[in-house]
Design a protein around this ligand. Structure first.
Ligand code: GTP
Length: 771
């Protein structure tokens, strides 16, 4: 048989859980609360013990009212009578009360209902028609008799009740109980949230808070009306009322991602939307020239005034279709956005100069795009140049999985000259074709949601943010939450600085009206009303602050094993940087062979050269560890890695690097420590104390000695003993540390052979930080 909970058993025995807990403990069982469970044997023992206890209580006519509220068996009417006046409400005090009036219950059905059974059990046992619990409970709330028992003031109330009953007999109508509130019926289901208090529950149950508190007391839970209740307690309470309890799933208004995802999932009213394109490539390969060319020759709707300001994104109209370009400054912005969870790019255009070929940033760009899972269109640029060799570029790119269709792959390649406007239209055609294949759609009819492209503080206008609408339509005046900021869309401009009233999916807009400056990559969601937007924004700002405080670190080799154990990891993303290509390959191949507990190494980027900021942003976005072989991070990359908790491991020996990763995956990584001497003490005097051993009195000559230092005893330049400090005192008081120039007293753990003129070197083991 399964184990039983104390509260269930108590219910069966019709006694307060608290009392049963006491009985159980008296019986030598170690029971903590009403939620503790007992074995079937223990339950049987408790049933027995409880019966004994009941009988005893019944015999004791003047027992303590509070303690004697357990039930008596229905077959012992006389016992019932004896115990009844002292019974408390809760289990079946009114049943006893009713018996007190003989069989009047039959004649006075209503009276009986109000005074009779308080639980189904007693109803059954008394062989009376069983009423539903809800009704029983209705009648229970806050009536006179209840209170009479509660306060042990039975006599007075008995009189009053008798009077009532007499009145009823005379009038032959339902009893009128002046102090009894007409309780509304209980709800079918108690919908609650954890942490509600008796007052909250009282409102839902249409009962008085006092009744709830009372009931909880009977269930062994002592609370006041304002105390928060946990889930178990609320469920027990509901069970006691005989109704179902259901936890209300509270909508977290601050969970923008959820709103955002819900909006994205909404498949209604879907219409095609323009693609969002990012152009990436190596320095000087022609990104800016390409974007400028596209922009100037295809300005949106050929508006008069043309381009007046850059807002980090713009739309061009080509063949009567719109394309949105993100004008992100370099890869960092791109992966920073991704690190913040915003994948706003649909298509990446990779610009590679035909005269220069694949360069480090080309590879970085490929890896960024792959990590973001966006299709790549290759624009082989500068084909006008004499040294241009587009085929060589294509060949190089096949190594990175970018194979053109006519070579059997599925990557679109377009040979262009950005400077001389050659094949730019073809590139745009290809973008539209790719977009068509992707069937990019959105619902313009819902509330807007999207991401921040960039944001800044404008002296005159306050926070200004460029947003990309990804879903729905945004209007001027919309209440909005953007990242951890909130407000109302006060003004909305398009990329040409023109005021617009609404913005549909894939439209970049510049808005004002926020309370603070959000960050690039933050998501935004339009809310129904400003009040909720404000509440959500404030909550988000608060949470962000808390998060910042308890900043969760990225995966490092030190926490890798724990992360793996928690099942949070299937692959360990690694970025390899080394001094020569040979080392890059050797390291990559060996690392890929490691497989521990089904977790594999995934090399997301490998290259020759120093560890750059771009490596760190990629590591941050992909939660990767960076392994450097014979290379160092640039100062900026180092500080970025430090502030973002990115693990950079530097090695000079390949097998050590492999060993370290393997050890980390097996949870065997030992932190590396180095010794650091922190100070010296010269022993001047020795005291022997029978209890503590040898106490050395001396002077700190250099540095300091701290209570947690390790110590080394040096005599005539020779290390005599190495161990732990036992105690450290300044005069008579324990000291945490004593600095140079001050006297101190100390003992060494498990060592007493200290002599005058010995030198005690204090040192600490410090974990070696990442170089
Ligand atoms: N001949 C020729 N030159 C080009 C072409 N495209 C760009 N250039 C030149 O290449 C140089 C670099 O072009 P940018 O557009 O500034 O290159 P970028 O990739 O934006 O460079 P960064 O902004 O520094 O990353 C400029 O002098 C351009 O005029 C082209 O198709 N043909």
């Amino acid at each position: 048989m399964a184990k039983e909970r104390i509260y269930e058993l108590a219910k069966e025995l019709k006694m307060p859980s608290k009392q049963l807990v006491k009985i159980a403990n008296d019986q030598g069982m170690s029971i903590k609360s009403h939620m503790s469970s007992v074995t079937p044997d223990q339950a049987a023992k408790l049933r027995q013990a409880a019966k004994g206890s009941n009988n005893q209580q019944a015999k004791k006519p003047n027992g303590n009212a509070v303690k004697q509220h357990h039930d008596v068996t229905p077959n012992h009417a006389s016992q019932k009578k004896a115990s009844q006046p002292k019974q408390k409400s809760g289990y079946r005090p009114k049943a006893a009360k009713n018996d007190h009036h003989g069989d009047s219950n039959k004649k006075h059905a209503q009276g009986q209902q109000s005074t009779a059974n308080t639980s189904q059990h007693s109803a059954k046992k008394n062989n009376q028609p069983q009423r539903n619990n809800r009704h029983d409970n209705n009648q229970r709330g806050g009536n006179n008799q209840n209170r009479a028992h509660w306060f042990g003031n039975g006599k007075k109330n008995k009189k009053r009740n008798k009077k009532n009953l007499n009145n009823q007999r005379m009038k032959n109508v339902a009893p009128k109980q002046p102090t009894q509130r007409k309780d509304r019926p209980l709800p079918d289901v108690l919908e609650y949230t954890e942490g509600m208090n008796a007052q909250d529950l009282a409102k839902i149950l249409h009962r008085s808070a006092a009744e709830i508190v009372k009931k909880l007391f009977m269930l062994g839970v002592m609370v006041n009306q304002n105390q928060s209740l946990d889930k178990d307690t609320i469920e027990i309470l509901a069970a006691d009322y005989g109704i179902e309890a259901k936890e209300k799933v509270q909508e977290d208004i601050a969970d923008l991602d959820k709103f955002f995802d819900d909006e994205q999932k909404n498949q209604e009213h879907m219409v095609p939307r323009p693609p969002v394109v990012t152009v990436m490539g190596h320095v000087d390969h022609g990104k800016t020239t390409l974007l400028d060319k596209i922009r100037h020759s295809h300005v949106t709707a050929h508006e008069a005034g043309g381009i007046t300001q850059a807002i980090g994104a713009y739309q061009v109209r080509y063949n009567d279709q719109l394309i949105t370009f993100l004008d992100t400054p370099g890869h960092a912005a791109f992966s920073e956005m991704r690190a913040r969870g915003a994948n706003i790019t649909d298509i990446t255009v990779l610009v590679v100069a035909a005269d220069d070929g694949v360069m480090p940033q080309t590879i970085e760009a490929i890896n960024h795009a792959k990590a973001a899972k966006t299709p790549i269109i290759v624009a082989v640029n500068k084909i006008d140049k004499p040294g241009a060799n587009p085929d060589h570029v294509t060949e190089q790119l096949t190594e990175y999985g970018l194979v053109p269709e006519d070579w059997g792959g599925d990557t679109i390649f377009v040979k262009i000259s950005a400077k001389f406007d050659k094949n730019i239209d073809e590139l745009l055609d290809m973008i539209l074709l790719q977009a068509e294949m992707m069937e990019l759609k959105a619902n313009p009819e819902q509330r807007a949601a999207g991401s921040v492209v960039e944001a800044r503080l404008d002296q005159g206008r306050g926070p200004v943010a460029t947003l990309l609408v990804q879903q729905g339509t945004m209007h001027v005046g919309d209440p909005i939450v953007v990242g951890n900021t909130f407000g109302r869309v006060r003004t909305m401009n398009n990329e040409n600085g023109r005021k617009i009233k609404k913005a549909t999916p894939s439209t970049p807009v510049e808005i004002t009206g926020l309370n603070d400056v959000p960050q690039a990559g933050d998501r935004f969601v339009v809310f129904e009303d400003e009040k909720t937007a404000r509440a959500a924004g404030e909550e988000r700002a608060k949470r962000a602050q808390e998060e910042e405080r308890a900043r969760t670190s990225h995966v490092t080799l030190d926490n890798l094993f724990d992360t793996m154990k928690k099942g949070q990891m299937k692959t360990l993303p690694i970025i390899i940087k080394a001094d020569v290509q040979g080392s890059v390959e050797a390291l990559a191949q060996s690392l890929q062979k490691i497989d521990v507990d089904g977790v594999r190494v995934d090399i997301i980027h490998k290259a020759v050269g120093a560890i750059s900021e771009s490596d760190v942003t990629l590591a941050e976005a992909s939660n990767a560890v960076i392994i450097g072989f014979n290379v160092r991070p640039t100062p900026l990359a180092k500080s970025m890695a430090d502030s973002n908790n990115i693990d950079i491991r530097l090695h000079q020996v390949i097998y050590k690097a492999i060993e370290e990763v393997e050890d980390a995956m097996k949870g065997m990584l030992e932190p590396e420590y180095k010794e650091e001497t922190i100070g010296e003490v010269e022993v001047k005097q020795i005291y022997k104390a029978s209890k503590v051993g040898t106490i050395a009195g001396g002077m700190v000559t250099t540095g300091k000695i701290t209570r947690d230092s390790k110590v080394r005893l040096i005599r005539d330049g020779v290390v005599i003993y190495d161990g732990e400090l036992g105690s450290l005192k300044r005069f008579k008081d324990d000291a945490k540390e004593v600095k140079a120039g001050f006297e101190c007293g100390l003992t060494i753990q498990n060592y007493n052979d200290i002599k005058e003129n010995d030198v005690i070197e204090a040192y600490q083991m410090k974990e070696i930080p990442v170089k």
